[in-house]
Design a protein around this ligand. Structure first.
Ligand code: 13P
Ligand code: 13P
Ligand code: MG
Ligand code: MG
Length: 366
């Protein structure tokens, strides 16, 4: 039997440089050093990168998903690098590490994680998308377009290996439940849920032709875990491409139309998700606009051959222009919805305490 590899993408904000805009090079150095020294032969390969103030670790190994060994390695790595962040007094040092110690699985401790296990195909192109200043539901729109919309993905129409469609596993992040929809026949059922990305998130997508995992995303919601505002969750998503799965260009296509996502300033605003190169992944204006980077790799016996920094391409210039135009428009709305998020998304910020102070001044209307 061919042996499987696991691809794990795990991310955390352990201190911003400057403010919430980026990551200090000393942290990236420390993270690389830790992974090299502490992996005890567990890893086949690793790649360290960042988007905005979030450090992303891409790891390959044979330990399967939810491996305590791998999760602990990532946790210890983030913990050690947090010490560097504290020394440099970086902003919000240790922000995403909600607990003091590791307890078997990194899920629920703060960092975001997306993992998939598969037999590497003769050629295995993958794209790892990573975003800053937004939440896991930000992937709903592009994942829907990539795997269910024939106007985006012609492969659904003309590739016999894609024609049957895909299965979508959706998580309800409030009730902690999951459901699987079979597309295209359950298209409308899927959309009623994933059109509400603050609550329902696409976690996994499977090929109906082969049953294989095609995409997976991180779905942690820090605010729900912490019960207080700790920023948005700045998610990561892995998409396998080609040969019965969407072509690379089909996976990139939805980002040519910057959709509105929740996040941006103080995690409390709606703004366009701007596709950018690694070099431009430093949110500035109003701590944004929200950014997405797409790194392509050809996996080779578990090694990362790459990255290809896809959104560096001039073909995404118009999307960036459009995102800037949308940002201009939305910023003029200031503290008004729909630029500022609705009250249910604000409850982890000032609303409860403001309401508490003012509650005695509210009178019944006759
Ligand atoms: P595959 O059939 O190998 O996925 O190729 C399709 C393609 O690359 C079209 O862009
Ligand atoms: P991060 O979630 O990226 O740390 O951003 C938080 C924030 O408040 C930005 O204004
Ligand atoms: Mg931050
Ligand atoms: Mg961030």
């Amino acid at each position: 039997m061919e042996s499987k590899i696991t691809l794990t993408a795990v991310k955390a904000d352990i201190g911003g440089f400057v403010g919430h805009s980026s990551v200090h090079p000393a942290l990236l150095e420390k993270v690389k050093e830790c992974l090299e020294q502490k992996n005890k032969g567990l890893l086949i390969d690793f790649h360290v990168t960042h988007v905005g103030d979030d450090i992303n670790l891409f790891l390959t190994h044979k330990e399967g998903i939810d491996s305590a060994n791998i999760h602990e390695l990532a946790w210890d790595t983030f913990k050690e690098a947090t010490e560097v962040a504290k020394k440099l007094k970086l902003y919000g040092a240790g922000q995403d590490l909600l607990e003091d110690s590791f307890s078997g699985n990194i899920k629920g401790l703060g960092p975001g994680i997306a993992e998939m296990e598969f037999v590497e195909r003769p050629s295995e192109p993958v794209i790892i998308f990573m975003a800053d200043k937004t939440e896991p539901g930000a992937w709903n729109y592009p994942l829907y377009k990539i795997f269910a919309d024939p106007f985006n993905t012609i492969g659904l129409v003309i590739d016999p290996k894609m024609h049957e469609g895909f299965k979508f596993e959706v998580h309800d992040l409030i009730e902690n439940k999951k459901i699987i929809f079979s597309l295209p026949e359950e298209l409308y059922n899927l959309l009623i849920f994933i059109g509400a990305p603050g609550r329902y998130c696409i976690k996994n997508i499977f090929s109906k032709t082969t049953g294989e995992i095609a995409a997976t995303s991180s779905t942690q919601r820090l605010n729900l875990l912490a019960g207080r505002y700790v920023g948005k969750d700045d998610p990561v998503c892995i998409v396998r491409c080609q040969s019965g799965l969407p072509a690379v260009g089909e996976a990139l296509e939805p980002f040519a139309n910057p959709h509105l996502v929740s996040g941006w300033m103080r995690g409390s605003h709606s703004g366009p998700l701007m596709p950018v190169s690694l070099n431009n992944a430093t949110p500035t204006r109003f701590d944004g606009p929200p950014r997405v980077v797409a790194l392509g790799f050809q996996m080779c016996n578990g090694k990362f051959i790459g990255p290809q920094d896809f959104f560096a391409d001039i073909a995404f210039d118009n999307a960036r222009q459009k995102a800037n135009d949308l940002a201009d428009y939305l910023r003029r709305l200031g503290p008004f919805e729909p630029h500022r998020l609705g009250l249910d998304e604000m409850e982890y910020t000032t609303m409860p305490s403001v309401m508490d102070k003012l509650k005695d001044r509210f009178e019944d209307i006759e």
